[in-house]
Structure formats: C-alpha cells, structure tokens
Design a protein around this ligand. Structure first.
Ligand code: NAD
Ligand code: MG
Length: 338
C-alpha cells in the first residue's frame, strides 16, 4: 500500500473525509431501540457500525403536520449531523446558497458546508423560522457566516432577489444548492388541483430555473450547482404523479446544464435520494397511514437520515470532484437508482 492509499483508507475508516463519526454498535442499537436518532456521544476509535441499526427503523409513530412542517416536531427527530458531522476544511472560504436549508437534507448540507469552512445562506418559508434559527446557530457555532433569507420561491422576483442578497451578504457565490421542494401525495390524478400542480411545478422546477439563471453571473470557474432530484424520477410512485415528474425533469435539467456550463468550468450535478426522514413526509408528502412504514421497503429496512447525505453534498461541491459533472448521485438504502 502506498502512503497515499494508506491515508485514503484511514480517511474512509475514520470518516474524517466528511462522514459522520461512526458510533459503537451498542450505542447505535441502544439509541435506535429507544427511537432516538443515533448520534455518537464520544470520539475515539472508529467501529464498523451496522448501517441497518445505525438509525431508527419502522414502524414510526403515526404523525401529521401542516405543510411545510418542522423538523423539531418530528418523532423521532431527524439527525442532520448536528452532533456528529466533523469537517476538514474541504470547502474553506466557499460561499453557498442552499434552498430549503432550514430542515431535512438542506439542513444537513448547511451544517456540513459550514463545518467544512464555507459561509452559508439559507432560504426557507417564514413558517419555518424556528427550524431556520437552529441552522443559523449551528453555522455560526462552526465559526462561519450565516445568512437567513426567508421567502417564497414560487415567485420569480423573489428568486432573483434571494440570489442577489445572498451574493451581497456572502461577498460572492460559489455553490448553489437547489434543494427546496413541494411534495403532496394524492392517490388519484382526479384529486390533484391545478393549484397543487402549479405549486409543485413552481417550487421544484421554475425556482430551479429562476435561481440558476440569477446565480450564473456570480459563478466563476470552479463553482458548483447541486440539484436535489429523487429516485422517484426513475420509479414514480402512483401517489406522487406531479412530484415525480418534476424530479425526472430535474435530472434532465442537470444533465443538459452540465453540458452547457462545462465550457465555463462550472459543474452541475444532482443527488437522487431514496426515502429520507424529513418534514416533507409528515406534512403531506406521504399518506398519513403510510408514514409508520416509511422506508420499510428499502433493502436497508429503514429510511435514511439527512446526515447520511451530507458527505455527498460536500463531495459534489468540493474541488475534489472536479471531473464529476452531469452526474446523479444516489443514496437509496439499496433501491436501484437509475
Ligand atoms: P424538507 O421539508 O426538510 O425540505 C424541503 C424544504 O423546501 C422546506 O424546508 C422548505 O423550506 C422548502 N420549500 C418548500 N416550498 C417552498 C417555497 N414555496 N418557497 C421556499 N421554500 C420552499 O424535506 P427534505 O426531504 O429534506 O427535502 C429536500 C429535498 O430532498 C427536496 O428536493 C425533496 O424533493 C428531496 N427528496 C426528499 C426525499 C425524502 O424522502 N425526504 C427523497 C428524495 C428527494
Ligand atoms: Mg423545512
């Protein structure tokens, strides 16, 4: 083994390359059994944590929240890496805008980016102020600048203002994460109103288009755009007709734009998660009766936790992935993702 290989192996085992520090199996199983997110309570030698037992498994308590939902009201609470993510300067000095950065996958990315040395602006809806404050606190605790910009992405004028304000307050922009989304489960197309359809399209697609256009003048060679797609793009559930369509389009947008922007040295990638334990699900994303079994169908037997996606968002933003563009990175618990 060369020194470089040894160093890489060590980084992979210890998780210093951005992964959450693994906890002991006993810790993980104990916490999972208590229905708590499994977060490490101590540092020390890494153990081989069993991914099946690392986090809570179904059945979950039945629960509903009004849209857009709050992470703080979920049972069990999602793990966004608050106590576990350890950075190693992989995004030092970068400036990132993350939509939907208050909760779920966007919050996990925001925490990780800050701990990797980036200043971070988050967008969210006013109703999510409580979750957003928590993220702002965590970014500042990491010693980085946090900019909180609430507002509704369904409006073009706001999207343009959001990018300008983020770039102004951060002193520039290097990373755009188009992550916000609307998901409303309906068993029949007959129940999807024009208002719902419009809202899903505006949030998931139009905003991505508007934000990307507004961000481009700020992005320099080396910058990165990351879009959140979903496995439903490939295998759309019956109850997610409009949402699945937007996720398939996001993958096509990503691949097209990557070809276009390669000439400017800007990379564009997407992340396509499987089932993740976030407020999107109990606030209309799933039928309430389906939520207790959420994630059970994944070969891993449980949903993912947002913290488990943080390293993917870090890698796609970092210069280490300089040859990766037009790619779709999955994290599905074993479900085929293409
Ligand atoms: P989440 O509810 O934590 O995040 C979604 C965010 O979208 C909200 O926090 C909200 O701030 C934002 N949002 C929604 N409508 C908005 C609007 N009109 N204006 C501004 N912001 C708005 O849930 P999440 O699961 O972390 O979702 C993040 C991304 O992950 C989404 O793109 C979602 O489609 C994708 N995804 C989630 C799953 C999953 O199982 N949770 C699976 C695949 C993909
Ligand atoms: Mg939220």
């Amino acid at each position: 083994m060369t020194d470089e290989q040894r160093s890489l192996a060590r980084r992979l085992v210890l998780g210093a390359a951005g992964a959450a520090v693994p906890l002991t199996l006993a810790q993980a199983q104990g916490q999972a059994q208590q229905g708590q997110p499994a977060t490490p309570t101590q540092t020390g030698p890494a153990v081989l944590a069993d991914p099946r037992q690392k986090y809570p498994r179904p059945p979950f308590p039945r629960q509903e929240q009004p849209w857009p939902g709050l992470a703080s009201r979920m049972d069990p609470k999602p793990d966004h890496g608050e106590t576990s993510y350890r950075g190693s300067n992989r995004l030092a000095g970068r400036r990132a805008l993350i939509t939907g950065g208050d909760s779920g996958i966007g919050r996990a990315a925001a925490i990780a980016y800050a701990r990797e040395g980036a200043d971070v602006a988050i967008n969210y809806l006013e109703a999510e102020e409580e979750d957003a404050r928590e993220v702002v606190r965590l970014i500042r605790e990491a010693g980085r600048k946090a900019v909180a910009i609430p507002g509704d992405l369904r409006q073009e004028e706001f999207c343009a203002r959001l990018v300008e304000q983020a770039a102004r307050d951060l002193g520039g922009l290097d990373i755009l994460v188009n992550n916000a989304a609307r998901q409303t489960a309906q068993t029949s197309i007959a129940d999807i109103t024009t208002e719902q359809f419009d809202s899903t399209m505006k949030t998931n697609l139009y905003a991505l288009f508007w934000l990307t256009k507004a961000a481009l003048p700020h992005l320099r060679p080396g910058s990165a755009i990351i879009n959140t797609a979903s496995v439903v793009a490939y295998d759309p559930p019956a109850a997610l007709f409009d949402y699945s369509g937007t996720k398939a389009a996001i993958i096509a947008f990503t691949r097209s734009l990557a070809k276009q922007l390669a000439a400017q040295g800007i990379r564009v990638n997407a992340v396509a998660p499987g089932p993740f334990w976030t407020p999107l699900q109990p606030s209309g994303g799933q039928q309430p009766e389906a939520l207790p079994q959420f994630g059970a169908e994944a070969p891993m037997g449980r949903p993912g936790q947002p913290a488990e996606l943080a390293p993917t968002f870090v890698l796609l933003a970092s210069a280490e992935a300089s040859y990766t563009t037009g790619d779709v990175q999955g994290a599905t618990g074993g479900r085929p993702s293409s």
